[in-house]
Design a protein around this ligand. Sequence first.
Ligand code: GCU
Length: 498
Amino acid sequence: MIGRRIGGALVVAVLASTAFAAGPWSVEQDHADMMRQLGITQLRPGANGDPSAPDAANYDEAKANPYPAWPDLLKMADGRPVTTAAMWREQRRPELIGLFEREVYGRIPASVAGMTWRVASVDREYFGGRPVLAQQLVGHVDNRAAPGIVVEVRATLVLPADAKATVPLLVMFAPARYPSPTQPNAAEAARLDTALKAVLISRDPTFASIFAAHPGFELVKPGSVFPPPPEDERVTKLIAAGWGVALLDTASIQPDSGAGLREGIIGLVNKGAPRTPAQWGALRAWGWGASRLLDYLGTRPEVDAAHVGIEGVSRWGKAALVTAAFDERFAMVLIGSSGEGGVKPHRRNFGEKVENLTGTGGYHWMAGNFLKYGTERGRLGHKTANDLPVDAHELLALVAPRLAFVSYGVPDQGDANWLDQQGSYMATIAAGRAWTLLGGHDLGRGNDYATAVMPSQGTDLLAGDLAWRQHDGGHTDAPNISHFIAWADRKIGRRSGR
Ligand code: GCU
């Protein structure tokens, strides 16, 4: 019995050591490993962001649509038209989900471990005079299968403390920090100041003369009775409107680099081995983390779990869309400046291209299989964006009939042309058919994406359940947040500020 136990322990020890004996692993090594798995010998380079480069990104609208025939949203792969809501739900949606999982964003392995949330600390803060309960949450992922890989997901939950009813809540992909942390009072600051000076004098006794010469000098000052305004105006506006906010730190779920694919939740499931081609990339991993946070929010009596949204900008805008597309429990999504891999059509050649996300800079966001579509030479032959069985309008359509707000800024203010605002508008127009089929409302501008022209900046297309607004700022969604709140409150039948 003892011998068998020892034997068992040895086996565990050997498995554990092979599981995380990863050693240094670079983006280049990981990318090359995925090319090898797919038999790719040459990938095309991405568009160059430098306009003077010979391979500069295209910004000529006349050349932007080399593949104008996009896959038909309402046609099954075998050609049958999708004519009813039931057919969408039972056949087309699952078909699209399967294709996006296999070819674009990757599948979540069935063996992914569970997460246990705890409240690590609590801060009672004020936003514009409104009391909030702020809590640091930590989601621990069971890592007994590979103890060398630790995944502790960090989130900050911010709830209005004076709410009369449950609150809708926006999960934001953002650093998980207290948004307006309380500060030490005068007595606490004085104690800290005295202790800090003593420590410094013990390190270097000559400091004593400096402190003696300046008796009023404070290393630690008391916090103001008026707390500092929160850094993020979006959080302030949401709280003022009576919403809750949860800031979710994506890096704590999955590192934002190909070099990190043997770590984080992706690495944990693979016990430290590199990904296989159909496995998930970082966008889905971040979305998985958001889904686990939603599980937890459902246990909080303060939260109206039927009205939780997801938000992100740029790579997090892509992640917000992916999250809402796959997890139907999210009632709404605010997609900020998402570009390629988000709302921008893969088939458009304007700014960033598929090839930019098959190279070392962004491939880790996607499934390994996505590399096939940037292939010049390889076992599977030459493939382009036009070989993708799906496109961005179909990803957006997976959110239907729920609430989806597509947000961009203007290139002159820093929301670069690179993101292809016009193409993203075309995709939003094309996606609208799913809302109509399911009894919802699209942008109200028809569905002919080929002739659709983006309306001028500031035009509110906020009547439908699918909404579009280009604000007058840069690479952020902050100028759109009050529009988002008013639109979402109206759609869910709620008065702002309750
Ligand atoms: C780059 C990249 C985009 C991405 C953006 C970001 O511009 O090409 O795809 O969205 O970085 O900052 O997330």
